[in-house]
Design a protein around this ligand. Structure first.
Ligand code: HEM
Length: 382
């Protein structure tokens, strides 16, 4: 083993930003699908079978029982959004809003989205590593803000607030980041209410479709609609930046890929799917047991945390023949934005491919317990 070979991650949360975590994930997938991890003081669900069993189980909830909103966010603008997000709710507060959001996202014309993203990405070619670090976050957020019906002059502020807001969702954030998240939450809520109130919701825009769908489905909580509109930006943010960034890492690490893709650009969507499977952006999610549950003879008591290691399911040898990888989740909380994310990432990479070839890059990863997002720096030869 070479001296600089990185040691195994100490646990799945450390694997997220580890330089080479995938042998470790493969070994997790080969082990028991459910086990207790004393270092995390919680359970691990691993491999395709473990991940599916937990995500399908009705007693495995997205929030701990009795704690709908984390203590540090209670009574704050971030807490008000958090409490309404479909991602953070079950049952009635999840089902109808989820159906409305998924339906509206399903109405998006992907061919138009692809063309629009190509235009916007071509106008923002990343000429340096620093610019690239901003662009992998900004482009997807600009495109979703555009879909929602915001004017271009508003996109940079919306993207900056979204990046500040998502800090409230990470246990790693410090006091200053949490304060920034609160200011951003207020600003985002205000911008969305203005867009709604002033009737600027363009027919055919995502905002229009969500509001019309909510009315039709009898989803009347206007705070809930507003919060989930913000949620569309926040769900796009880290996950799509990670997909884009990890695809760029693949292009740097395997230069022959760029040659193949420039000869056959129709292979870009397949390339992105492979990145989503082999080097996914979201490595884990969490569930909490609302009652005692049993999986294949293993009993997990009520009130326990389960880290659902999605990345180990992506690297489960038994799953490789299957066309769909679990990086977008599974079960009733499965991501409704998958086609949109893939379309945006494909178009950005197509637009940037030539510029990226001229940009030698090195990378590390942003600190995170669940999202793998590269931070680029000038590489050898730059
Ligand atoms: C590469 C990009 C993306 C990845 C890897 C991703 C991944 C995920 C995953 C794993 C979940 C489920 C979390 C869980 O069950 O605990 C999820 C949920 C969600 N995602 Fe995505 N996502 C991406 C992009 C997007 C985009 C672009 C949108 C919207 C425009 C979006 C909207 C949502 C929403 C609303 C949920 C909550 C669904 C629910 O709780 O029922 N995502 N995403």
């Amino acid at each position: 083993m070479p001296l600089d070979y990185p040691a195994d991650p100490v646990h799945p949360l450390a694997a997220v930003t580890h330089a080479a975590p995938y042998d470790y994930y493969r070994r997790l997938a080969e082990g028991p699908s459910l086990r207790f991890d004393a270092r995390l003081d919680g359970w691990l669900a691993t491999g395709a079978a473990g991940v599916r069993a937990v995500l399908d189980h009705p007693a495995c909830r997205v929030r701990p029982p009795e704690l709908a909103v984390p203590h540090k966010l209670a009574g704050t603008p971030c807490g008000a959004i958090f409490a309404e997000l479909v991602r953070m709710n079950e049952g009635e507060r999840h089902a109808v809003p989820k159906q409305v959001l998924a339906h509206a996202l399903g109405q998006v014309d992907l061919a138009r989205l692809q063309a629009r993203t190509l235009d916007l990405a071509q106008a923002q070619l990343p000429g340096s590593a620093t610019r690239l670090n901003d662009a992998i976050f900004e482009l997807p957020l600009f495109v979703v803000a555009d879909l929602l019906g915001f004017a271009p002059a508003q996109w940079p502020a919306l993207a900056a607030w979204t990046r500040d807001f998502v800090a409230c969702l990470s246990p790693l954030s410090n006091g200053a980041q949490l304060a920034g998240a609160q200011a951003a939450a207020e600003a985002l809520l205000q911008r969305f209410s203005v867009l709604l109130r002033e009737g600027h919701a363009l027919p055919g825009s995502l905002l229009h479709d969500v509001v019309a769908g909510a009315r039709q489905a009898g989803w009347q909580a206007s705070n809930g609609v507003l919060a989930n509109l913000v949620g569309l930006l926040s769900q796009t943010c880290d996950a799509t930046a990670g997909l884009l960034g990890n695809a760029i890492v693949a292009l740097c690490a395997q230069p022959e890929l760029s040659t193949q893709l420039s000869a056959a650009p129709e292979l870009w969507p397949a390339m992105l799917r492979e990145v989503g499977r082999h080097d996914p952006s979201i490595h884990n999610t969490r569930r909490y047991t609302a009652e005692d549950v049993e999986f294949n003879g293993v009993r997990v008591p009520a009130g326990q945390m389960i880290v659902v290691v999605l990345a180990s399911a992506c690297h489960d040898a038994c799953e490789h023949a299957k066309p769909v990888a679990p990086g977008f989740g599974h079960g009733c909380h499965v991501c409704p934005g998958q086609s949109i994310a893939h379309t945006i990432a494909t178009a950005c990479l197509q637009a940037w491919a030539d510029a990226l070839e001229r940009l030698p890059l090195a990378w590390t990863y942003l600190p995170s317990l669940n999202a793998r997002i590269p931070v680029f720096a000038p590489g050898a030869g730059a």
